[in-house]
Design a binder for this molecule. Sequence first.
Ligand code: 5GP
Length: 192
Amino acid sequence: MITIKDKTFVPFLEPAKLEKRIIELADQLDKNYQDKNPLFIVVLKGAFLFAAELFKHIQIPCEVTFVRLSSYQNMESSGRVKQIIGLEEDVQDRHVVIVEDIVDTGLTMAQLTAQLSQKGAASVEIATLLHKPDALREDVNIRYLGFEIENRFVVGFGLDYEEQGRNLAGVFVLSEATEPERRTAQSDKATK
Ligand code: 5GP
């Protein structure tokens, strides 16, 4: 059990389990992207440790870049549209793989995928460490998935609670005792 600020979290995914699964994902990516020189786009901050572990095991020629996403109110559409910050590479005709920490409602990935396709990417796939199927609201195709998890708030291995806990070597889940507050924790979630 660990405490971060006002919340307690319990171990959920051990480092060895994470590593084993990430190696499997790297093998799949190696097979599917051989000779395609893919461009991996890592979404900061949350995916930094997943990416670090993944790229230790990817053997094929590839390019890796890092972006952040910001949100702002788009007056013309109904929702908030996240803008890509820091993408210097031309994605035209490139095979792109987005590297993400967690897909929750799927809104972030739906928007990012659409934006990259609009920029002329030859293909866009998603590799995410975690996914909460029960929270999914958008039609998002997750090709490379580490773990499906329950709709509960998690921290560690890159994911934060109010910017704390990213450095934890495993994934921890908000303890049942504080579970009714999970929506609060989730709405507090930081900007990637
Ligand atoms: P979505 O657009 O899919 O609803 O949101 C995805 C983003 O929400 C993730 O990249 C992450 O930043 C944040 N997020 C969703 N669920 C969790 C969670 O359980 N823990 C943390 N730390 N962040 C989460």
